[in-house]
Design a protein around this ligand. Structure first.
Ligand SMILES: [Zn+2]
Length: 265
């Protein structure tokens, strides 16, 4: 993660609110392409407007990674004043290229919804060869999936709703992940998996060879040592999932979420 500061020196007569609003519009475009994450922090220093953001890579501000909409918003901002960027500090983060990965997978993260296999490193999603609208969809999916992932423990009444969204292959969240993974694989040529949560089981003896929740064929061990949440896979479905824990299971209903049902397809 790289800290950066957008600096705007307004032209004479430009009003403060207009500058702040336009800077926010420009940063929002970078946010939708996964170049910026989290909240921005704007402040006036002397007569200049400064806006601090977190970048997902040091090259995130290169014009080649700007969407047409971001360039348009930048032009509007430049009409209001002199615009510059300052990168602050060195992160020491390794630069990860999706091209070097054996495979990719989607994971519920608002910062890095696409990761590499086998290492699990964060992909700078603005570098993926997708259309801006598709990257926007990916950012939206990651943010939504992160919300569910954050909510599924200790959230009271929300807990099972969040778990179902993450663990049921027919939830809207899961169907979107499958669709996005297919499009990423088509664009990159890299096998691209989606991840399905598995927290509960009522039969630990057969849990690791249970039927794939999407197609009913037996799951097999993951090709990649990428953590306990990813230890099982279905290659035809491009699915990665884990092994449920019987000690956490309070009811059969929990174990049935994400279980294969023959009438599914
Ligand atoms: Zn399958």
């Amino acid at each position: 993660m790289q800290l950066a500061r957008l600096e705007v020196r307004p032209k004479a007569g430009a009003d403060r609110w207009g500058v702040e609003n336009q800077a926010s519009g420009y940063v929002a475009c970078l946010y939708r392409q996964g170049q910026v994450v989290g909240e921005e922090l704007g402040t006036w220093v002397g007569g200049d407007f400064h806006c601090y953001v977190r970048l997902t890579g040091r090259d995130a501000l290169e014009k080649g990674f700007h969407s047409d909409q971001a360039l348009e918003e930048l032009r509007k901002l430049e009409a209001l004043g002199e615009v510059g960027w300052e990168l602050i500090g060195e992160t020491g983060d390794p630069v990860v290229h999706w091209q070097d990965a054996e495979a990719l997978y989607l994971t519920p993260s608002k910062i890095a919804p696409v990761r590499t296999l086998p290492k699990g490193e964060a992909v700078r999603i603005y570098t993926l060869p997708l259309r801006p609208l598709e990257i926007d969809e990916l950012v939206t999916w990651g943010r939504r999936a992160h919300l569910y992932d954050d909510a599924w423990l200790d959230s009271g009444d929300l807990e099972m709703t969040a778990y179902r969204a993450l663990a049921d292959p027919e939830s809207h969240l899961s169907l979107c992940a499958q669709d996005l993974a297919e499009r990423i694989e088509a664009a990159t040529g890299k096998p691209t998996y989606h991840w399905l949560m598995r927290g509960f089981t009522s039969d630990p003896a057969t849990e690791a060879t249970r039927p794939c929740p999407c197609c009913g064929k037996p799951l097999s061990p993951s090709l990649f040592d990428a953590g306990e949440w990813l230890q099982l896979r279905c290659e035809p479905c491009r699915l990665l999932t884990g092994v449920g824990d019987v000690s956490d299971t309070e009811s059969d209903e929990e174990a049935l979420i994400g279980a294969w049902t023959p009438d599914r397809k």
